[in-house]
Design a protein around this ligand. Structure first.
Ligand code: TYD
Length: 226
């Protein structure tokens, strides 16, 4: 991957974390935000589906059990609708204002889960997402690669050791999660300049160090220009 340094005062960068469920994306996103803030960057941490009032409502509709049947096309459109609101109301304004945006999941999650996992086809899902986002793409995507079995065991045990219930997508069988994993690895291979692929079985500290070293130029403290 390559990430050139722009003027951090005027150009927000858009960094996305992707990967299977239980890969540790939100932990790493939070650590990266902390490191960027320490170095004087304005940072926004956000997630999909969600990030806006309407997006959080769509998140519950699409992920909670007990909402009736959510067929594959409806599911893809709900993620895309939440994303449209997120880009329009939150992400673009932040980037335009020079803020670094760190986002948990973006379009590639829809390509993997709905395009490949639900077999809607990558092209169809890409086209509704082009409309939803106006073509916005991440500057960098960090893929935390996790095996379906490791992902399931991580996400179903909470920090206190108690068991955590899986949402509608998480409770899909290992075979579904295995196709999602292969899809993400394929996207990364196809676009190596945009992707940083890391083995999510490493410790939290090792992963944070690898991400920080890849983002080196952005972690140089921002200095005031006279
Ligand atoms: P996730 O970030 O894993 O939520 P949490 O960490 O709270 O469990 O995302 C929720 C689920 O939504 C996850 O199973 C993947 C799925 N998803 C899609 O299927 N398509 C999408 O476009 C997005 C953004 C998420």
């Amino acid at each position: 991957m390559s990430l050139t340094q722009q003027n951090p005062k005027t150009a927000g960068r858009f960094i996305v974390f992707e990967g299977g469920d239980g890969a540790g994306k939100s932990t790493q996103a939070a650590l990266l935000c902390e490191a960027l803030r320490k170095n004087g960057h304005q940072v926004l941490q956000t997630r999909e589906p969600g990030g806006t009032e309407i997006g959080e409502k769509l998140r519950s509709l699409v992920l909670d059990h007990g909402q009736g049947t959510v067929d594959a096309r409806t599911e893809a459109l709900m993620y895309a609708a939440a994303r449209a609101a997120h880009v329009e109301q939150v992400i673009r304004p932040a980037l335009d204002g020079g803020t670094m945006v760190i986002c948990d999941r973006f379009v590639d999650s829809s390509l993997a889960y709905q395009g490949v996992g639900r077999a809607l086809g990558e092209d169809a899902v890409r086209s509704i997402n082009e409309f939803a986002t106006g073509g916005l793409r991440p500057d960098l995507t960090v893929l935390l690669d996790v095996t379906p079995i490791a992902g399931r065991s991580r996400r179903t045990v909470g920090a206190d050791g108690a068991s955590v219930a899986e949402d509608r997508l998480e409770s899909e069988p290992d075979e579904f999660h295995s196709r999602i994993r292969d899809a993400f690895l394929h996207f990364a291979k196809r676009e190596p300049a945009r992707y940083l692929v890391l083995d999510a079985s490493q410790s939290i500290e090792e992963l944070a160090r690898a991400i920080a070293s890849a983002l080196g130029p952005l972690l140089v403290p921002v200095t005031e220009t006279p």
